[in-house]
Design a protein around this ligand. Sequence first.
Ligand SMILES: CC(C)(COP(=O)(O)OP(=O)(O)OC[C@H]1O[C@@H](n2cnc3c(N)ncnc32)[C@H](O)[C@@H]1OP(=O)(O)O)[C@@H](O)C(=O)NCCC(=O)NCCS
Length: 227
Amino acid sequence: MSNVPTALSSLHWRLLTLSDLDVMEALHRLSMEGMGPQMVKPESRSFLVSLLQGRGSVIGAWAGSDLVAYGVLQHDLLPEDDPRHHLGLSAQQPLAKLAGAAVAPTWRRQGLQRALVAKRVACAGNDRVLFATAAPENTASWHNLLACGFTVRALEYRYGGFARYLLVRDAASLLLHNEAVSTGVGCELDGAALSEQQALFLQGWHGVLPGSTVGSLRLLPPPVGVR
Ligand SMILES: CC(C)(COP(=O)(O)OP(=O)(O)OC[C@H]1O[C@@H](n2cnc3c(N)ncnc32)[C@H](O)[C@@H]1OP(=O)(O)O)[C@@H](O)C(=O)NCCC(=O)NCCS
């Protein structure tokens, strides 16, 4: 890819295995330093083990022998984590979750998380609906998901009562991205106006693009005939 910055083009990518558990856990802890659970969910070592043992795939970016970033694609979900019913999807709809990403502090702001989202989208295939959660305050995280075709569908209180956007990538989200880019219409709400955002999500609106001020979100009504 010609638009990959030079430092990123020197990285190599491979799926993590159980033998990478310690480095994965170390990067998870390092990436969260200074961030509370309102921003990012701290994961247990046993959850990371379960991912590496087959509940998901974890793609890692390596600089030599150093793991500098990883992203999780989880397909084996707990019932309480499964949004199919909430989204009006059948239980047979293939689905997977982008269930966490970490970038080493010295490698940030170069597009690595966005590359990790794009790689997991490609890896999931076309028939799978994808979803992720992101704290409204974690703008880097949800901006990257919006840039890769996800839209914000709901505001939920998860992981001990912390606000999280539910972001989904499906036919409706891709349709609305095209509409937002071609028409420039929509309604912009401030990041502090979460209850107003929530009222629109409940009417089927999607958060499609970052707004013009820090933390704000541009929303569009649902496409006709599709929620
Ligand atoms: C969130 C995180 C993964 C971002 O990684 P990254 O590789 O620096 O992100 P990217 O370079 O791909 O980000 C690109 C976008 O995010 C923005 N961004 C990145 N870091 C940012 C920050 N600290 N504050 C505000 N915006 C930020 C960039 O400006 C860019 O947005 P733009 O294209 O609209 O300008 C990284 O900060 C991290 O590991 N955080 C701790 C763990 C975490 O929050 N994981 C995600 C939730 S599970």
